[in-house]
Design a binder for this molecule. Sequence first.
Ligand code: A2H
Length: 253
Amino acid sequence: EGVQPQDYTLIKMEVAPPFPSKLRALEGRRVFLAAATLRPETMYGQTNSWVLPDGKYGAYEINETDVFIVTERAALNLAYQNLSRIPEKPTCLVELSGHDLIGLPLKSPLSINEIIYSLPMLTILTDKGTGIVTSVPSDSPDDYMALHDLKSKPALRAKFNVKDEWVMPFEVIPIINIPEFGDKSAEKVCIDLKIKSQNEKDKLAEAKRLTYLRGFTEGTMLVGEYAGMKVQEAKPLIRNKLLEIDQAVMYSE
Ligand code: A2H
């Protein structure tokens, strides 16, 4: 844990019915994968969500209607931030592994894709955020490489029982322009740095460094209500809108 608190936006990605047998006990409730992001303005470009296959997750009661699927650690933090039916006490309705979550169809806020699927990412940290990450391959080098790995490696899809139709139809969506980096900055930087897979940690750190600050300070929105606006200005407006319509909540750690 860092010294500075990190404020994340948790994106409420709703699990679309019918629920698989593992989630049957949750029928009648609104069930969400809650993804921690620092880039709420990129949600237009979501292609999937990420889970750690061997990660431990639970379905936790947030209030009378909503259930969030997150790590136990995140559920405890949420309970101390007014996001638990019983204050300061997480209630786990179902224990789950990442494997149970792979292939879940999701409806995610602002996403141009109406339905996206939950897929395996091997580099997810379970001691950061919620253990759930939403994937925006146009602007996140980690997301771009993890999706590229699944698309280009049939054996990887087979290993995690990932169906082709959860992956192959989903293309990188241009959502933000950055001068010199173009409309798909993460793809460009991964190609320029010749990154081979999601496991190339040092190169990916460099790719993130190159794109992250530039996206914030020099990026322009290409899509949505704030198309044409600078990312810096659009970001708080988009985040506040998501909070207002109850499609996101704030979370800090
Ligand atoms: B970001 P920081 Cl478009 N394990 O969201 C690994 N990565 C995680 C995580 C976890 N447990 N929890 C969150 N993250 C990712 C969007 C995005 C993000 C874009 C571009 C860059 C970017 C879409 N994915 O992050 O270590 C989430 O991905 C670049 C750093 O707390 C979250 O924001 O600084 C970011 O890492 C939080 O990372």
